[in-house]
Design a protein. Structure first.
Length: 277
């Protein structure tokens, strides 16, 4: 009897511990990051980026009220550039009116005005009619870079930004930077970090998609990661001889409101081009 009580007490204590841990991990926090890249062809440039991905927004006024508060928090850090790296909606089965929801999400992004922003789609967006997302972004005058390049004026600097389609939903198509970007700082955004390892993709890349595994354990690591990117390139900062990749943990969750060993966050990135620190 006593042994059973002790065993049950231990199980309850473990369950409570993980519930508290999960609750804390679901709270979206700001993750400060500093990244330095060197490109001798260009002049020194320093900008502050807000990186945001995997929102997985559901329907409802409370959801968008919460997102508006997140926008206010992000803007209070005075970013020079907003990067949105896909998966703005939850499962299609959880959305009653996807057409209206699509409009609500994109209108919510306009709260970042007048800060320059660059946007790509994720697999959940493509699974809820990617063409309709592209059309709605265009109609609401929010720039979407699906296998496109755009030059943005960021804090008085011209930055060349390449958006590559999502690998997981088979929308990736390689495009090179145009000649006019030759003497500018360059960066790439995509959803699935696998895109950073496609032939020809080099330099600075920002991605999301993985949620850093969403459930991850010490030593073992994530239980499952929906990406063919190398295992050590699915979360946070990764560098090799060809690329510097940063993968955000993301804000939301897929399937279940559960995060263990990973944190819901947005990233405040101090990005330094050609600056010796």
């Amino acid at each position: 009897m006593i042994k059973s009580f002790v065993f049950l007490s231990i199980l309850v204590a473990i369950a409570v511990f993980f519930l508290v841990l999960n609750f804390n991990n679901l709270k979206t926090r700001m993750n400060p990051v500093e990244i330095s890249v060197n490109d001798s062809k260009n002049s020194p440039v320093a900008i502050k980026i807000a990186l945001l991905g995997d929102l997985h927004l559901n329907e409802g006024e409370k959801v968008f009220d919460k997102f508006s508060k997140l926008v206010e928090e992000i803007k209070s850090h005075n970013p020079d550039l907003i990067l949105l790296v896909g998966d703005y909606v939850t499962k299609p089965s959880k959305i009653q009116d996807i057409t209206q929801h699509r409009k609500n999400v994109i209108n919510a992004f306009k709260q970042f005005d007048p800060i320059p922003r660059a946007v790509v789609l994720g697999n959940h967006d493509n699974w809820t009619d990617g063409d309709a997302w592209q059309a709605e972004f265009k109609r609401l005058d929010v720039d979407l870079l699906e296998n496109e390049v755009q030059i943005l004026n960021v804090a008085g600097n011209k930055i060349c930004i390449r958006g590559l389609g999502d690998n997981w939903s088979h929308k990736f198509k390689y495009i090179d930077y145009p000649d006019e970007c030759k003497d500018m700082p360059k960066l790439t955004i995509t959803h699935d970090p696998q895109g950073a390892f496609e032939p020809g993709v080099e330099g600075l890349v920002f991605a999301g998609h993985t949620h850093c595994g969403q459930v991850s354990f010490p030593i073992i690591g994530p239980l499952k990661v929906p990406s063919k990117a190398p295992r050590d390139a699915i979360c946070g900062l990764y560098k090799d001889s060809k690329r510097t990749l940063f993968v955000t943990s993301g804000v939301g969750n897929s399937h279940l409101p559960l995060r263990l060993g990973t944190q819901s966050n947005w990233d405040s990135i101090q990005l330094n081009f050609n600056i010796d620190l």
